[in-house]
Design a protein around this ligand. Structure first.
Ligand code: ZN
Length: 436
């Protein structure tokens, strides 16, 4: 090694010099490398970085949320990714269809936000699409996707519900739930009926959440805001695979007249007389306590060929009781009606339309609400009672009246004349609902 410096110090200096050169070379290479990667980022910003695409965590194992944010076009999209190609493709296609509709529209901004619920092997995603106008008015629509984690595919309503009978039951349950929430009748019976027709399209925006089946109504359909209507999944399960309700009376104009809160010694006989005059059968939802006071009158109602339903013992709010308490109340009224007439009532109408979910699980008697409230209890005026019927009756309607108000008895003749002129046939509730 004759070319190395001869002194020890010289050797050290030489080695340090060598290290410095290698170091500088390495730094240069690093700089070059970082320079090229910055260059590629710059290039990306110019071409593909809009929209920005980020992957976010979801609450569910194996599922991520994709967030796309376009500054240029003023939209953000959020949607799930399952890792199953076919599933992800169809979700993305549906989301992009909304985005493209926005891009073709006059709207200035578009936000799609996600929320999710789960039930057993299912995860339901709700995408809310908000379109903003230049004046910042918002128009919202929803899209739902229900993913079966076990089978690794999306489930349509038809695949989940399977039979027409269960669709029919779903329609009835959702309708009843809307009516229950609609105590002050802000929505007309006809509107509720139209929004709960037993077609697959009616309920396509659905989700599963624990033990609940949820239907979403877009803003400005049922209400101004997004409406969420839930029923127990058990109410539409496979065990209940029989149709119980015919919302659509297939062109035939049937209605069911119902009289609540009796029997009443002053009013019920007058109602019976008018019904007989028109040869019409109706349904009487009786209170156990009133039957206790007038058992012969209850019996006369049945003997005339009318149907009797259970309206609780003393007009209690069953929804405020435990399932067992409500059951005891209903059983007491059932027994009093049976003692008076020889037969048990076929159906239940809970006072105020306030249902007790526990009772419904236990009871074999279907719960019957109404589609047209004549408000006879409120107006106590025969002309108003007739007017309500004229304005709101529709084929398949269940009409609510009360055989405790003399004004209702006053109105009935004109109500029946009107219905017959309009081509309606009056049937009992169980005939209308296909119970027998
Ligand atoms: Zn009542």
């Amino acid at each position: 090694m004759h070319w190395l410096p001869k002194t020890k110090l010289g050797k050290i200096n030489f080695i340090l010099f060598f290290i410095a050169i290698i170091g500088c070379g390495a730094l240069f290479l690093l700089w070059q490398h970082s320079k090229t990667s910055y260059d590629s980022v710059d290039a990306a910003q110019d071409t593909v970085k809009d929209p920005e695409v980020a992957t976010k965590k979801s609450p569910f194992k194996g599922i991520t949320y994709i967030k796309e944010n376009s500054k240029t076009h003023q939209y953000t999209l959020t949607y799930p990714r399952t890792g199953i190609q076919a599933v992800d493709d169809s979700i993305q296609q549906a989301i992009y269809a909304q985005r493209d509709a926005f891009l073709d529209s006059d709207a200035t901004r578009f936000h799609a936000t996600i929320s999710a619920t789960t039930s057993g092997q299912y995860i339901s995603f709700l995408i809310k699409n908000d379109l903003f106008s230049a004046t910042n008015e918002v128009k919202s629509t929803v899209q739902t996707f229900t993913y079966n984690r076990h089978e690794k595919k999306l489930v349509t309503l038809q695949q989940f519900i399977k039979t027409d009978a269960r669709l029919n039951r779903l329609s009835k349950e959702i309708r009843t739930e809307i009516q229950r929430q609609n105590e002050h009748l802000q929505w007309s019976a006809k509107k509720i009926d139209n929004l709960t027709q037993d077609t697959w399209e009616t309920f396509e925006n659905f989700g599963l959440d624990g033990k609940k089946f949820t239907v979403y109504y877009e803003p400005h359909t049922l209400a101004n805001h997004l409406s969420v209507i839930s029923i127990p999944i058990a109410a539409i399960d496979k065990k209940r695979d029989t149709a119980v309700f015919r919302l659509n009376t297939h062109g035939k104009k049937y209605v069911a007249l119902t009289f609540d809160d009796g029997p009443n010694k002053a009013v019920t006989p007058r109602i019976l007389e008018t019904l007989k005059k028109h040869d019409v059968k109706a349904t009487f939802f009786m209170l156990g306590s009133s039957v206790e006071e007038a058992p012969a009158l209850a019996n006369a109602v049945l003997k005339d060929g009318h149907e009797i339903g259970n309206h609780s013992y003393g007009h209690e709010n069953l929804s405020k009781m435990s399932g067992a308490e409500a059951e005891a109340n209903i059983n007491k009224a059932n027994q009093l009606i049976k003692d008076a007439t020889g037969s048990e009532p076929l159906t239940i109408r809970p006072p105020y339309g306030a249902r007790n979910a526990g009772l419904e699980q236990l009871s074999a008697q279907p719960v019957i609400l109404w589609g047209v409230d004549t408000l006879d209890w409120k107006t106590r005026n025969a002309a108003s009672t007739l007017k309500e019927v004229q304005q709101h009756v529709y084929p398949g309607a269940i009409i609510l009246m009360h055989d405790i108000h003399p004004t209702t008895a006053d109105a009935l003749d004109a109500v029946l004349t009107y219905l017959q002129q309009q081509g309606y046939t009056c049937v009992t509730v169980s005939q209308l609902e296909g119970l027998r």
